[in-house]
Design a protein around this ligand. Structure first.
Ligand code: GLA
Length: 373
């Protein structure tokens, strides 16, 4: 990855990079759509992500090239509104939010499945450029602060109303661990993934659609539930209280949030005691709740989760990230990885004829970092 980004940098800019930045994508084991409800989430940074070769720019603009997406729009600092109309909007959002001073040349390479996979390529791009400016401009921000600034950039500069889970996972990942994060306090509790378990991405090969509008609508429905109940966030709610909500859609959305927060609490102790039956039931219940109450699954995600659950060595599986297409995640006993992979792919292909699945084992990995060359 470093070599690909460096070669791209040389061919695009004709000089040598001075820094390499790396930022991981993430999966989320459980705790979906609850970061913006003051809940608890359980992501892990993964060994797939963004590598960027970087050097200060010879002129007053930041210039960008991506191996996958081609050239990005150049921009001056501080970046103007509206955001660039290309993938450059993410590096520009970082620059805007952290107050970057040095224009850069940036060559980016991604090892994440194609854009739209739901593994947070945008958060990885934000964080890769954030650690670069943090180092080059000597800003001294902590990883958690960088995550907060990147979320601010994505919310206010790009205009996507996301929570903070993806940026925090990409900034603060720890090798071998998933991160149990209490959102109101941003306290991170690293929980080791047992050695005999593998985290496996189940990419449906379908692009995400309506993700942005559907996501924003879900957020508004949660806010509406809080208004009806007279509470600040759904973290304060419980199932009996939800009986006060008459609108069936709003009630279902709130029920997902309340039950998912409970599942995420139980998941941490189940992982700590290697209670695989409990881990599996919680993941399956989380998927069902996202499908039926939150309505963010797709037929392809339902099929790949079902295929995984029927395959050898599977502890549990569920959609990961925002949903509306993209990927699911499974926990699998490592000794069964090969038969798990072939069987899951085969069952999926026999049902879904229009897309090709990709089953990818990943490792929990360290957060974003920068290397001076
Ligand atoms: C997207 C958002 C996150 C989170 C998830 C759903 O990935 O960026 O903040 O809300 O969806 O859990």
């Amino acid at each position: 990855m470093i070599e690909e980004a460096t070669n791209l940098f040389r061919s695009a800019f004709g000089t040598e990079p001075t820094h390499i930045a790396q930022a991981p994508g993430r999966i989320n084991l459980i705790g979906e759509h609850i970061d913006y409800n003051d809940g608890i989430v359980f992501p892990a940074a993964i060994n797939l992500g963004i590598t960027a070769a970087i050097a200060p720019s010879p002129d007053d603009q930041t210039h960008l090239i991506s191996a996958q997406l081609g050239p990005g729009e150049s921009f001056r600092l501080p970046p103007d509104f509206p955001a660039p109309n290309s993938w450059s909007k993410y590096p520009a959002a970082t620059a805007w939010a952290i107050g970057a001073k040095t224009p850069l040349q940036i060559a980016v390479n991604s090892s994440l499945p194609a854009a739209g996979g739901g593994l947070s390529s945008s958060a990885a791009l934000l964080l890769a450029t954030a650690v670069a400016w943090n180092e080059i401009d000597k800003l001294g921000h902590s990883p958690t602060r960088l995550a907060q600034l990147c979320q601010l950039g994505e919310n206010q500069y790009v205009g996507v109303n996301c929570g903070i889970m993806d940026q925090l996972a990409s900034a603060c990942g720890i090798a071998g661990h998933a991160l149990q994060i209490d959102i109101p306090t941003l306290q991170i509790n690293p929980v080791p993934i047992p050695a005999d378990l593998s985290i496996v991405i189940l990419d449906t090969g379908t692009p995400r659609s309506l993700a942005e509008s559907g996501y924003n609508e879900r957020r508004q429905q949660c806010e509406e539930a809080c208004r009806i109940l007279g509470i600040g966030t759904l973290r304060e709610a419980n199932l009996p209280l939800l009986e006060l909500i008459l609108n069936p859609t709003i009630k279902k959305r709130a029920r997902h949030v309340v039950t998912e927060i409970e599942r995420t609490k139980k998941f941490a102790s189940a992982l700590a005691t290697s209670d695989y039956d409990q881990i599996g039931s919680l993941m399956v219940a989380s998927h069902a709740s996202l499908r039926d109450d939150y309505e963010v699954s797709t037929p392809e995600l339902d099929t790949i989760v079902q295929a995984a659950i029927q395959s050898p060595g599977c502890i549990g599986a569920r959609l990961t990230g925002a949903g509306f297409g993209g990927a699911a995640v499974a926990l699998v006993q490592t000794e069964f990885l090969n038969s798990f992979t072939s069987e899951t792919e085969q069952i999926y292909r026999s049902t879904v004829k229009t897309s090709d699945p990709n089953v990818i084992p990943v490792h929990p990995s360290p957060g974003a970092s920068i290397l001076r060359i």
